[in-house]
Ligand binder design. Structure first.
Ligand code: AMP
Ligand code: ZN
Length: 121
């Protein structure tokens, strides 16, 4: 299937991976809204929220909790926005959750390798 995020899940296309297990992969958004903008995907191809089986939804949200904690600890954000687009709002048609940190003081964007190092070291 010609799906960008399936290719990232299968390592055919590189990404700055922060965490992965058999079910999910978490990687930095290539065009971040802020430092630490993270995407969480199931490795299996689903399009929208209601396409996913209950166990996988639960696991994705458990990992989202862990990633939220990681971003809080390592990047010291002031707030965090969670976005999940469906339908015409969704650009990449493979289910994904955005975790988007918010900082009261606007910070310059750091490079993805720099942010990946902070989040994985
Ligand atoms: P959405 O509108 O929710 O489908 O958002 C898709 C997101 O995927 C956007 O924020 C893009 O910046 C991001 N994106 C597109 N291509 C890549 C890629 N190769 N690696 C990481 N993120 C990507
Ligand atoms: Zn896919």
């Amino acid at each position: 299937m010609d799906c960008l995020f399936c290719k990232i899940a299968e390592q055919e296309i590189p990404a700055h991976t922060i965490f992965e297990d058999e079910v999910v992969k978490c990687f930095l958004d290539i065009n971040p809204d802020s430092n630490g903008h993270l995407l969480i995907i199931p490795k299996k191809h689903f399009v929208e929220l209601d396409d996913i089986d209950e166990n996988t939804v639960l696991h994705i949200f458990q990992i989202s909790q862990q990633m939220k904690k990681l971003l809080a600890t390592k990047l010291n954000y002031d707030g965090l926005k969670i976005v999940q687009n469906n339908g015409v709002l969704q650009e990449v048609k493979h289910f994904h959750i955005h975790l988007i940190p918010y900082y009261k003081e606007e910070k310059p964007l750091q490079s993805l390798p720099e942010i990946a190092e902070i989040l994985t070291k």
